[in-house]
Design a protein around this ligand. Structure first.
Ligand SMILES: [Mg+2]
Length: 191
């Protein structure tokens, strides 16, 4: 696992022209195109779709719904768990309270700006936990400036994605996350 993924021009990152972006999602999920391919090749040539539990910590319902819709169209990442803030995210990861039976996520997608506990605080908690620090984290930033802030702290996030505003941009993010996932699963399992 490298920590310079976000610096690679071909890495799992996406940049959008923020000047043209509008955070408002127009049309909503119901109006999105349904043009994902029916079949996608598997990296190992097998016929079984890989399965992953993904924890999405995202307080914006539009962003969360877009992510869910995009993953539902994916072939590999088929279990998306959504929590609305950092407190809930940590409870999920630590299997506390209502999350006692929660699976251990294969990947955490972490929004930075969230109520109660923001993404940076979650990263700090994960860094301090030898076990949870092993889970790959993809930080979802809303701007290049936010990405810079995250990098300046040098927490152990594995990748940074600048959040898009449109469905097609979200498709691209999901594609990049799937590529990221395959990089992860190629690593020797510690279990
Ligand atoms: Mg947020």
């Amino acid at each position: 696992m490298t920590d310079d993924t976000h610096n690679r021009s071909d890495g799992p990152r996406i940049d959008t022209d923020r000047a043209d972006c509008d955070r408002t999602v127009t049309g909503g999920p119901a109006g999105w195109p349904d043009d994902w391919p029916d079949e996608r090749p598997l990296p190992d040539g097998g016929s079984e779709a890989a399965s992953a539990d993904i924890l999405l910590a995202e307080d914006n319902p539009n962003d969360a719904e877009m992510t869910r819709r995009a993953f539902e169209k994916g072939k590999f990442l088929n279990e998306l768990h959504v929590v609305g803030d950092g407190v809930e995210a940590l409870a999920f990861l630590r299997q506390e309270g209502e999350y006692a039976d929660a699976p251990r996520p294969n990947i955490v997608l972490l929004d930075l700006e969230m109520p109660r506990m923001d993404g940076m605080e979650v990263l700090e908690e994960l860094d301090a936990d030898d076990d949870l620090a092993q889970i790959p984290v993809v930080v979802l930033t809303s701007s290049e400036a936010e990405r810079d802030v995250v990098e300046s702290y040098k927490h152990n996030a594995n990748a940074y994605l600048t959040k898009p505003v449109g469905y097609r941009e979200f498709q691209e993010i999901v594609r990049q996350i799937e590529e990221f996932w395959f990089d992860v699963v190629k690593l020797p399992s510690e279990e």
